[in-house]
Design a protein around this ligand. Structure first.
Ligand SMILES: Nc1ncnc2c1ncn2[C@@H]1O[C@H](COP(=O)(O)OP(=O)(O)OP(=O)(O)O)[C@@H](O)[C@H]1O
Length: 658
């Protein structure tokens, strides 16, 4: 699925739009932040790539979901795999893919200090490779009894591929068994200097001795200063840029620091400094380490060449680890931290409805304890929903919620809903918010129109289009005309579109086009105050002067509000009458159409057979084979009668009586 950059921003997929949410100090998180519990950089990168480009292939999505099902039902497997993955270094994928590139051959003329850094990276990669290969047996053990296709396949890849064992053996022939991957800079430097077994290269052994001597001399120097200057708390930290330096608590320094100490810097409650002796030892220590790296790289040449031959196995392993990290540490972990059954497995069709029962906004629901769930039902026969309601009633949130649920579903994760079935979306388009774009010299309206034009030019039959308050940035008549004609354009396609609007006249679309459904957010008015329920209800409902009520709350002068109230009541009077007439006239037609549409869904529903229809006093049993003929002849007949549909909570029509 592709999502354009504006929609990525509007939907807050990677970055949140506003860092502060309605005056709270809570930093509102994006979907990426919510799921970013991955443990490796590769896993995080894969998660980001998936969120920006979710899957479209139903089989692949279901393979991931099957794997999640197994993880959610088998605690031992879930924890076993989490433990095993923790043993792999954070940067495993980068390291494993590092061996794809063949570095320049080390010759005497290039073997200068400049190459020391490159050699160091290479040695660090070999140490990480050894750590990763050492962790493989634990991962295989955890995966041994896995049943789902994805996990069983990973197990086969890891345990049946002899290449991993042979690479580990070859690494063991050159690299010391005691060498470990370390994060602390000086320990890492020591481990890298001593990576290759002793006795392989005489010059390397000499360089190591110099490295040890200078390191020891630095520690002796620190001891000497502790005694000489009565600084018992003097510490000797190390970083890669500076090398060793002294850190002395400020309270230990009575008066001035002795003149021997140079490069004095205040750092919190400590003083960081050096001396000329330390600086010179640092240089010698660094050059001894550089010599070790370069000699080590020469020793590793044959090993690297042999590893390079099996690089396909390593890149495969890197991919597998990223995928496992994403599914286990991100998806499964996120779901397991929610109360049971809060997240459910979505279902997919290629041309069925988009139905979400009790869906919730994945990010807002963790901020609001009393978040109100809402439904959506769209099918090819009802491909546009117009959401109405006062400001602050939850329209934009609802639009964002539907999209985020679709994205979560299509990356192969459970979704925050009681039930969901999704028609696979190939593109998501959104038009939300309205800000000037000074960079592209566009006004609010121009930005809005450019974004709308982009949608109209690129929308496809399988797209999901979200429009939040289209046409509000220009004159009301032109804005309304644009919104109306955009709706008409989208209605002619099979794309699913959701419009949020304040233009009550737009609800008249439903009187002309039966595939438009109007819904509104329920709001009560109590003593001139709006009481938001955040509950979506069918049809449109006129809430008188909600803009004025909110403006009053915002602090507009009373006299201004009163004048505005007089003006608006005159304008609205005529319009409401007209709308009421239209609604009553077309209500029956709407009912009929909705029934026909449900019947089509029933016809498409794969697991409802045979169906029981009760007509009058007799019972007709319609079997699967005759269903299509029956539908063609009966839909019209049904539509003319009083109809009642019993629809179970998962949106599959089970029984119809008329
Ligand atoms: N279902 C819900 N349950 C609880 N709170 C909600 C729900 N939906 C929205 N809210 C809260 O209401 C606030 C306002 O929602 P939102 O911005 O979606 O309103 P809106 O109708 O789009 O307003 P406007 O028309 O002014 O843009 C949100 O920031 C959120 O805190």
């Amino acid at each position: 699925m592709s999502i354009d950059s504006t929609s990525v921003r509007n939907l807050e997929i990677i970055e949140p739009f506003h860092s502060n949410l309605l005056g709270t100090t809570n930093k509102k998180r994006s979907l990426f932040h919510m799921l970013k519990t991955t443990k490796t950089t590769g896993g995080t990168r894969l998660l980001r790539a998936n969120l920006l480009q979710p899957l479209k292939d139903i089989t692949t999505i279901n393979t991931r979901l099957d794997c999640l099902d197994e993880l959610m039902s088998n605690e031992q497997l879930f924890f076993g795999l989490s433990q095993a993955l923790r043993k792999f270094p954070k940067e495993t994928d980068r390291v494993l893919c590092h061996f794809c590139f063949k570095p320049k051959k080390v010759t005497n003329e290039v073997a200068g200090a400049d190459n020391a850094r490159r050699s160091q990276v290479l040695i660090s990669s070999i140490i990480l490779l050894k750590t990763a290969l050492d962790a493989l047996p634990l991962l295989s053990k955890a995966l041994k009894d896995a049943k789902s296709f994805l996990l069983a396949n990973v197990y086969k890849t890891i345990s049946e591929n002899e290449k991993y064992f042979s690479i580990r053996k070859r690494v063991g022939e050159v690299i010391d068994e005691d060498v470990l991957h370390a994060r602390a800079p000086f320990i890492a430097r020591t481990q890298q200097c001593f990576a290759v077994k002793a006795g392989i290269d005489g010059l390397l052994d000499i360089a190591r001795r110099t490295f040890c001597d200078t390191s020891e001399a630095i520690h002796n120097l620190a001891n000497k200063y502790r005694e000489e200057f009565k600084l018992p708390n003097l510490k000797l930290p190390f970083n890669n840029r500076q090398g060793f330096y002294f850190s002395i608590p400020q309270k230990d320094i009575q008066g001035k620091l002795p003149s021997k100490f140079i490069q004095v810097l205040k750092h919190g409650n400590n003083i960081h400094c050096s001396t000329l002796e330390l600086a010179s030892l640092n240089v010698r220590n660094k050059s001894a380490a550089a010599e070790c790296y370069i000699r080590t790289e020469v020793c590793l040449e044959a090993l690297l060449n042999s590893i390079r031959e099996d690089v396909s196995a390593l890149t495969l392993l890197a991919e597998v680890l990223c995928l496992l990290d994403m599914i286990i540490n991100s998806f499964a972990y996120t779901i397991s931290t929610k109360p049971v059954d809060r997240y459910t497995r979505p279902e997919f069709t290629s041309s069925g409805p988009l139905a979400i029962d009790a869906g919730r906004h994945p990010i807002l629901e963790s901020i609001h304890d009393d978040y109100v769930p809402n439904n959506i039902f769209m099918s090819e026969a009802s491909n546009m929903v117009i959401v109405m309601g006062p400001n602050m009633s939850g329209k934009s949130t609802y639009l964002q919620q539907v999209c985020l649920i679709v994205i979560l579903a299509q990356i192969g994760c459970y979704v925050p809903a009681r039930f969901s079935t999704i028609r696979v979306v190939d593109r998501i388009f959104t038009r939300m918010g309205s800000v000037d774009n000074l960079e592209s010299n566009s006004s609010t309206f121009m930005t809005e129109m450019k974004e709308t034009a982009f949608i109209m030019q690129n929308v496809s039959q399988r797209s999901l289009v979200l429009m939040d308050e289209l046409g509000r940035a220009t004159s009301s008549s032109d804005g309304f005309a644009i919104a109306w004609s955009c709706c008409e354009h989208l209605l002619s396609l099979k794309a699913y579109s959701i419009f949020a609007t304040h233009m009550e006249n737009l609800s008249e679309l439903a009187t002309i086009y039966p595939n438009v459904r109007i819904v509104h957010f329920h709001v009560d008015i109590k003593s001139n105050r709006l009481d938001f329920k955040f509950q979506l209800e069918d049809g449109s409902r006129h809430v008188p002067h909600y803009g004025l009520l909110l403006a009053e709350v915002a602090g507009l002068p009373r006299s201004v509000i009163e004048t505005a109230r007089r003006i608006t009541s005159k304008i609205m009077e005529k319009q409401i009458k007209k709308m009421e007439v239209n609604c009553t006239q077309y209500h029956k037609l709407q009912m009929v159409y909705r029934v026909a549409q449900r019947l089509i869904c029933l016809n498409l529903s794969p697991d409802v057979t045979p169906l029981q229809f009760q007509q009058g006093s007799g019972n007709n049993s319609v079997t699967k084979g005759r269903r299509e003929i029956w539908f063609e002849t009966q839909v019209e007949l049904i539509a003319r009668q009083h109809i009642q549909i019993y629809c179970c909570k998962d949106f599959k029509v089970r029984s119809i009586s008329f």
